[in-house]
Design a protein around this ligand. Structure first.
Ligand SMILES: [Zn+2]
Length: 237
């Protein structure tokens, strides 16, 4: 052991007494006193904090949770103000360098974090405030004139109401359209199928809950506007 430098973790420095191991089961010794029983040449911050470690401020055991970094705060100090000679006069009239800081929020990280928190096995579930579209219109039978005319009518009305809406305009099988709609994760899907339309209904699906609801074609536009923009203020009577 003579020529080996012994480096202790900072936590060892604070130990009045310790259990020391021997890299072997049940071969440890109790009541070892750092300094008396072994000499540490220098202390360093060696180990990472783990769950259960005592909080350095209050001593309570720490827990470890996953987090998502969406931004940074940087303390710049006087590095740049010195370089730029950016100063102010303090109350004594003396020139001082500004202490600078900056912060940045990662826009693309917010998107990634939101998706990480809002998805299921089928795909994205956009939270309404950052959804790229509020409504996804899905005409099932794109050969059907009635389906396409109603779809375009609802689509146009949504755009005029200022509601960002996407319309499925590919000739794909219904299953492909539904799966892709779930994958894209627009909050509300409006499904127009021939059978429902014949009975006077369109289907509204809530992407988050999966809940499906039949709404009358004539009431669909008002219903969708209210769904996205909230109830319209009633005129005072
Ligand atoms: Zn604490």
């Amino acid at each position: 052991m003579k020529n080996i430098e012994i480096i202790g973790d900072l936590s060892v420095e604070a130990m009045p007494e310790a259990i020391v191991g021997a890299n072997e089961k049940d071969a440890h010794s109790l009541h070892a006193v750092p300094g008396r029983d072994f000499k540490v040449d220098r202390f360093a911050d060696l180990r990472n904090a783990v769950a259960g470690d005592a909080c350095p401020r209050c001593g309570a055991p720490m827990t470890i949770d996953r987090g998502i970094e969406v931004g940074h705060v940087f303390m710049l100090g006087t590095k740049y103000s010195e370089a730029m000679k950016a100063t102010f006069l303090d109350p004594k009239g003396e020139e001082q360098f500004f202490v600078m800081g900056c912060y940045g929020i990662g826009v693309s990280r917010i998107i990634a974090a939101a998706i990480e928190q809002n998805h299921d096995e089928k795909g994205i579930i956009w939270p309404m405030p950052i959804a790229p579209f509020a409504i996804h219109i899905i005409p099932v039978q794109d050969q059907s004139e009635r389906v396409m005319i109603t779809a375009e009518l609802i689509y146009g009305s949504m755009l005029r109401a200022g509601i960002e809406t996407i319309i499925e305009d590919r000739s794909e099988r219904a299953g492909v359209k539904f799966n892709d709609a779930d994958l894209l994760g627009v909050p509300y899907q409006v499904v127009l199928g021939e059978k429902n339309l014949h009975e006077g209904f369109v289907e509204l699906k809530n992407r988050r809950t999966g809940e499906k609801q039949k709404i009358e074609v004539e009431k669909a536009i008002d219903h969708l506007i209210e769904l996205v923009q909230g109830p319209r203020p009633q005129p005072a009577s």
